[in-house]
Design a protein around this ligand. Structure first.
Ligand code: MRU
Length: 316
C-alpha cells in the first residue's frame, strides 16, 4: 500500500527484527513497532499491533525465524490468539521447513511472498463480481493491513478501482475495536469512495436497496464451509439473506481448516472488558458494569453465496 508516496507492507523483516505498522495507533498516527524476539512478536499479536488472520500468520512466520528453539517459539505464538487459523497454519509451515533444514528467514520470506501473491489473485478473481455503480458493504478490516498486502475482502476493491470501475463501499464501524476505521484509512489512501456506518445501520441501508453485495474476510473456515469472522459478521449475513443480497467471503488457503468438520468446533476468543468499557483510554461505563466481549462469531455455510479464493470463486 502507498502511504505518503512510499510503499508499505503491514509488516516486514529488517536487520533481524520484525517491523509492524502499529495498527493500535491508526488512523490517527502512523507509527512503526519493532519486535526483536519471539516474545515481542507474541505481544504484538496479542495486543493487536498486528491483526487480521493472514497478517497474524505472517507475523508468526517471522517470529519463528527470530529464534533457535522452534518448539518454544511455536508454543508462545500458539498461545496468543485462538481463532484465526492462519496463525496455526504458518507455525506448522515453519516447523516443517525448519525440520527439513531450510533457513528460518528464507522460509518466512517465502511464506509471506506466497500469501501476498494469493491475496492478489483473490483480488483478480473477486474483481469480476464488481460492476460499475455497485454499492458494497464490508465488515471489519480485511485489507492490506490484515494480510501484509492487497487484503482479502478489500483486494477486489483495489483491483476493480485500478481497472477504472466506479463503486461505493459501506464500511461497518466494527465495535468494539473500530477496525472499520482501518478500512476507511486504506480506502482513503487508495482513492476509493466510501462511508463509515454504525454497525447497527447496515440493516437500514440494506432495506433501502443501498447495498448490492456484501464481502467480508474470514478467520477460520471449517471443512463444511461454516466460518468464523469478526463479531457482527453473522448479523450481516442474516440481514443480507433477508434482503436477497449476495454475501461473499474472501479468504486464502491458509484460512481453510480442513481438520474441523463445522463451525461448532471453532474456538471463539473472548477479549478484555476494557475494549468495550473504554474509548481512547477514557471510561464510558460505570466500574460495576458487567461485560461480555466475544471477538468473533460463526456464520453457517448456508448464508454464503460463494467463497472468493486464489483458486477462483467457489460455490458453497
Ligand atoms: O480481531 P481482528 O481484527 O484480528 O479480526 C480480523 C477479522 O476478523 C478479519 O475480518 C479477518 O481476519 C480476515 S482479514 C483478511
Amino acid at each position: 500500500m502507498k502511504i505518503n508516496g512510499r510503499d508499505y507492507r503491514a509488516l516486514w523483516i529488517e536487520k533481524n527484527s520484525v517491523k509492524f505498522i502499529d495498527q493500535r495507533k491508526l488512523p490517527y498516527s502512523f507509527k512503526i513497532f519493532t519486535a526483536k524476539n519471539v516474545d515481542e512478536v507474541a505481544f504484538a499479536i496479542k495486543d493487536m499491533v498486528v491483526r487480521g488472520a493472514p497478517a497474524i500468520g505472517a507475523a508468526a512466520a517471522y517470529g519463528m525465524a527470530l529464534e533457535k528453539d522452534v518448539k518454544k517459539s511455536a508454543e508462545k505464538l500458539r498461545a496468543t490468539r485462538p481463532t484465526a487459523y492462519d496463525l496455526f497454519y504458518a507455525i506448522d509451515y515453519m516447523i516443517d521447513k525448519i525440520d527439513c533444514g531450510e533457513n528460518g528467514f528464507d522460509a518466512a520470506r517465502e511464506y509471506v511472498e506466497d500469501i501476498i501473491e494469493r491475496c492478489k489473485k483473490i483480488g483478480e478473481n473477486g474483481e469480476k463480481l464488481i460492476k460499475d455503480g455497485m454499492k458494497i458493504l464490508t465488515h471489519c478490516n480485511a485489507g492490506a493491513l490484515a494480510t501484509v498486502d492487497y487484503g482479502t475482502a478489500l483486494a477486489p476493491f483495489r483491483l476493480a478501482h485500478g481497472n477504472g470501475k466506479k463503486f461505493f463501499v459501506y464500511v461497518d464501524e466494527t465495535r468494539p475495536r473500530l477496525q472499520g476505521l482501518l478500512t476507511a484509512w486504506e480506502l482513503k489512501h487508495e482513492g476509493i469512495k466510501h462511508a463509515v456506518i454504525a454497525d447497527n445501520a447496515a440493516g437500514y441501508f440494506m432495506k433501502n436497496n443501498e447495498v448490492d453485495m456484501v464481502i467480508t474476510g474470514a478467520d477460520r473456515i471449517a471443512k463444511n464451509g461454516d466460518f468464523a469472522n469478526k463479531i457482527g459478521t453473522y448479523e450481516k449475513a442474516v440481514l443480507a439473506r433477508e434482503n436477497d443480497i449476495p454475501f461473499y467471503v474472501a479468504a486464502p488457503i491458509s484460512t481453510f481448516d480442513n481438520k474441523i468438520k463445522d463451525g461448532s468446533c471453532i474456538i471463539i476468543e473472548e477479549r478484555e472488558k476494557s475494549e468495550l468499557s473504554e474509548i481512547n483510554g477514557k471510561t464510558i461505563m460505570p466500574e460495576w458494569t458487567a461485560v461480555r466481549n466475544p471477538a468473533f462469531d460463526v456464520t453457517t455455510v448456508d448464508y454464503v453465496t460463494c467463497y472468493i479464493t486464489e483458486e477462483g470463486i467457489i460455490k458453497k
